[in-house]
Design a protein around this ligand. Structure first.
Ligand code: NDP
Length: 317
């Protein structure tokens, strides 16, 4: 598997997403994923399944089938823990749940802050503006976690170029990763160019269009990646699946992809996308798909009285 060297260690180009692995499926799914060859697992405190994911880690590590060092584990700081004094305790809680003593990558999950006693805001007044808890101060608290040996690399998610620039201007430990939605309906060309210039790797989330995303992110008019004729043609030409064509296109753009699957057959299919080599012409045809769509649209942060809007989160990118 291709890997990308970050500040400390190398990230495998395909990882397993764990969002929506609810009701106890995460332990078995992560264990199966490691058995089929995944060495990169993408977690987050808000997925509310880190203890289940941790049970899989402890089982495979204690069974000596893989070592801790051979795994790449990412997790994310939730929006109710941005206050600097809350950052290290939040990471320590994640480590206890995951049954690990360090993370390979810890990231700010959204450039959004709200009250620390709520898991999700219930009204606009529950949000805290970034002027009160700036992203830069949260970042400096993350840097202390690197210095304490609790995580090896730092990153952000859902950051536009303006928010990235704020971090870049103060960072002692530079951001290694920006994890954002990316697939052929959302190519992120402007953001990719900024990230390339600043040595920031893009990790593509919802790379297959997040077919199991929750109701609050769905509309009847949403397009389905799997219905896109150009992707169907390329997959037929390559003798691969549409999912593999999409993942291969992301990898060939120099990105990491973290498809989620709880099904061992699809897990293997997604991992095997790393062996699919699209031709330059096929890459160009996928680049030429004109449809634009963001599945994880961010409008759920737009409550009356909230200082956050989807347009503000995504900026001009
Ligand atoms: P994905 O784009 O990975 O799609 C997941 C859906 O696709 C599931 O319904 C899955 O079903 C199905 N699927 C998986 N493989 C295939 C395949 N080969 N062919 C057809 N269908 C397939 O969506 P996610 O939104 O889950 O994104 C991936 C990961 O990215 C998340 O799990 C999470 O870790 C991360 N993420 C991060 C965000 C952030 O804000 N930082 C936001 C969103 C996601 P099944 O399980 O049955 O196979």
């Amino acid at each position: 598997m291709k890997t990308y060297k970050l500040n400390d260690g190398a990230m495998p180009a395909i990882g397993l997403g764990t969002w929506k692995m609810d009701d106890g499926v995460a332990t078995q799914a992560v264990q199966q994923a490691i058995e089929v060859g995944y060495r990169h697992i993408d977690c987050a405190a808000i997925y509310n399944n880190e203890a289940d994911v941790g049970a899989a880690f402890s089982s495979v590590i204690s069974g000596s089938s893989v070592s801790r060092e051979s795994l790449w584990v990412t997790s994310k700081l939730w929006c109710n823990r941005h206050q600097p004094e809350m950052v290290m305790p939040a990471l320590k809680k994640t480590l206890v749940d995951l049954k690990l003593d360090y993370l390979d990558l810890y990231m700010i999950h959204w450039p959004i802050v709200f009250r620390h006693d709520l898991e999700r805001p219930e009204s606009g007044s529950d949000f805290v503006p970034l002027s009160k808890v700036p992203l830069e101060s949260t970042w400096q608290a993350l840097e202390a976690c690197v210095d304490a040996g609790l995580c090896r690399n730092l990153g952000v998610c859902n950051f536009n170029t303006d928010n990235l620039a704020k971090i870049v201007s103060v960072a002692k430990h530079a951001p290694s990763v920006n994890q954002v939605e990316c697939h052929p309906f959302l190519k992120q060309e402007r953001l990719k160019s900024y990230c390339d210039d600043h040595n920031i790797l893009i990790v593509a989330y919802s790379p297959l269009g997040s077919g199991d995303r929750p109701e609050r992110m769905r509309a009847d008019s949403d397009p389905n990646l799997f219905d896109e004729p150009v992707l169907q043609e390329v997959a037929t030409e390559q003798g691969c699946t549409i999912g593999q064509a999409v993942l291969s296109w992301l990898l060939q753009r120099g990105m990491v992809a973290i498809p989620k699957s709880s099904n061992p057959g699809r897990m293997k299919e997604n991992l095997d996308a790393a062996t699919v080599e699209l031709t330059a012409d096929q890459v160009q045809r996928i680049n030429g798909i004109e449809r634009q769509h963001r599945y994880v649209h961010g409008k759920f942060w737009e409550q009356p009285g909230s200082p956050y809007t989807a347009a503000g989160i995504w900026g001009d990118d």
